[in-house]
Design a protein around this ligand. Sequence first.
Ligand code: GLC
Ligand code: CA
Length: 540
Amino acid sequence: MSNFQSSVVYQIYVKSFYDSNGDGIGDLNGIREKLPYLRKLGVDDIWITPFFPSPMHDNGYDVSDYTAVNPMFGTMEDCEALIAEADALGMGLMFDMVFNHTSWDHAWFRKALEGDPEYMDYYIFRDGVDGRAPTDWIASFGDPAWEYVPSLNKWYLHLFDKSQPDLNWENPKVREELKNVIRFWKAKGVRGFRFDVLNLISKPERFEGEGAGHRYCKDGRHVHEFIRELVADTGIETMVTVGEMASTTLDNCVRYTNPQSHELSMCFNFHHLKVDYKDGDKWALMEPDLVKLRDLFREWQEEMARQGGWSAVFWCNHDQPRIVSRFGDEGAYWKRSAKMLGTFVHLLRGTPYIYQGEELGMTNAHFQSIEEYRDVEAINYYHILLDRGATEEQALAVLAQRARDNGRTPMQWTAGDNAGFTTGTPWIGLPENRAFLNAEAEEADPDSILHYYRNLVQLRKDHPIIARGDIRFLDTGNGKILAYERTLEGRKLTVVCSFSGQPEALRLESSPAGEALVENFPGAVNWETVEPYAAFAVLE
Ligand code: GLC
Ligand code: CA
């Protein structure tokens, strides 16, 4: 079994992890200082979000130089030291490759804007139609997806912010440039890569249609061959690789990750994080549809297993609100619900990802005014919601649940000022719960979410059934209780998780008799009435 199947990955959002020099911004030396914390948590690999030079319109997902370090985050020496120190502690680093687009400050795009035909062909420039954009596509952050360049009398495509022009992967020179980026970091000792919105790289032959630009580009016609070529030519097939796949399909994810296709170790999909989008609209609130959540997990988990694919399993990242605020409870059942959510993900088939602070049960930001938000998407949509007729209060209520900034508040290390994240002024504020919700307090409390996560990570090492077992979802007779069983070599692990704040009746085909491997509070195991947010797993 290759190694990534039994590993646990930790995601660091550099800007908010730990500030080593008091400028209010997390940095590479901050990560170095906290490596022992990660070692103790037991994680194997660490994915670090982009820290490359960038004008930071999208917080570093707009890269202006792929093989250098943004001075805001440190130096190349800091980066090399970080790689070596993580390695010495037995942890591998995964760097974040934003290859669907560059920043508009990248030298390639600058030359393109000067009209250099060689570099114009690195991007997607098109003529307008009757003075209008080539299509009426909308970019991810709410703007039109084509930007007009008067000096060229052409439009360029950007599926995200206009400061993030999409690269033209059809051009072999572009593919060669990107391979060189991989080779550069591989030579520095990086052990893996996360590829940003990788399934959007292959654009359609003809540009047409209207609405979200994504829809026309996802899992595009050449995406599999582009990935295969990138992986083969850089020799990273045996490294740990994960692709972020936007609005993808199961069949494509099987292909992206089945070892026979020689593409990636695993991929992220986001369908399970849209079950609280009303009519598929992120900016329209709705209670989570738990039956849909179960059906999605059932389908993806069972089919990926049957067809030999492999998933990255997760609740949180820097683009998502905090899961305990979303599918759990920030109040009386804070601890219990955070542990339940951790249990559900960590015992699934796939490689679990822990996003910084999730292991502490960190919550949404609870910002009260638009001035507190930092993200381009949040600010754009605030105005879009107002334009659509929402009051300020209503728009803020939507942002409070949906903005990406909810997941980007500083890591809460201590009960002190700014939760010990910085001695300066943090670039973004934090919620009012650091007094009890911080790593130091949780370290001291054996019943904490942090200790519970540590145990979940350890269980994966101790019980091969978790990494290698088959999976089947169970009928529970209750839409709010999700349950599945893992099986391996005659053994069976039954996992039950309640997503309800009330006691719920459970009806399983049979009640397993065995030792509780996990329970999120003493006495949680009950095959008839499941307590609020209870989670347990029994091994036979
Ligand atoms: C991915 C990143 C997100 C970024 C976008 C554009 O979804 O996770 O943060 O805004 O790609 O690069
Ligand atoms: Ca700093």
